[in-house]
Design a protein around this ligand. Sequence first.
Ligand code: CO
Ligand code: CO
Ligand code: CO
Length: 315
Amino acid sequence: MLTPSTDPRVLVDTRTSDDAGVFRIAPDLALVQTVDFFTPVVDDPYTWGAIAAANSLSDVYAMGGIPITALNILAFPLSEVPIDVIGDVLRGAGDKCLEAGVAVLGGHTVDDPQPKFGLSVTGTVHPDRVITNAGARDGDVLVLTKPLGTGILASGIKQGIVTGGLYDEVVRVMSTLNKAAAEAMLEVGAHACTDVTGYGFIGHLSEMCAGAGLGAEVDAASLPRLPQIAEIRVAGATTSAPKKTYAFLGERVVMEESVDPLTRELLADPQTSGGLLIAVPPDQEHALHEVLRARGITSARTVARFVKGNTITVR
Ligand code: CO
Ligand code: CO
Ligand code: CO
């Protein structure tokens, strides 16, 4: 556990399990700061760099912030890997940051047998317009902007059973910036937001519920999902995360009998660079979907509703 700061300029820190820290530097300006890095999800170094960058930038978008600068964090077995490979990772990340309008200012590399890569990102936000993961209200609807399943499918990529067009689709989803989704959210006005990463949809929803002091009703049939998940799962691709997540959440999740095992797993599937979970009042639901579609996001679905209590019911 971190020693909490008592500085009044700290607006958001780790105490609320949010996506990034927020620090006020002027009455109308706050910094949004975050760091994220992970081991390779794909073999291609350029693609890995791009996915890692999209993932790291996502935490700033999820706070309603605009990312402005980034620093690379790279661990690599320097004597074993050709320098071109490192160059490709950095190029993938650099191109993704360019697309986001983010300046990469530098970074740091260490020699490590296990490759890891990610970025520390700084963004800006108006102190009054920070969107935390805790602001949902009773009756709000929850919209998910990217399809689920990158955990199972990334495991399938490692096993060599996700190839061709399916591989391209998984990579496309993981390397898509949450920039357009965040812009849509800001245009419509959201009560709360977070992005879906390793804790899975249900884990991140549980954080939103805990922060708001609410429960939720999830419509499992409406969850957007990547194609061919069932086949790839049957072929043996899986992760250990859902078991741990459900064990941790315990009785807070009530799963109705009718929810099939694959959907249960998918609800807790650990996402790499997953979509945004956006809570809006019901009278803004239509407007949010319109604006998301106008910005080219066709995979967004309303997946849940916040209700009184502290239970997440899945049906
Ligand atoms: Co996050
Ligand atoms: Co993060
Ligand atoms: Co250095």
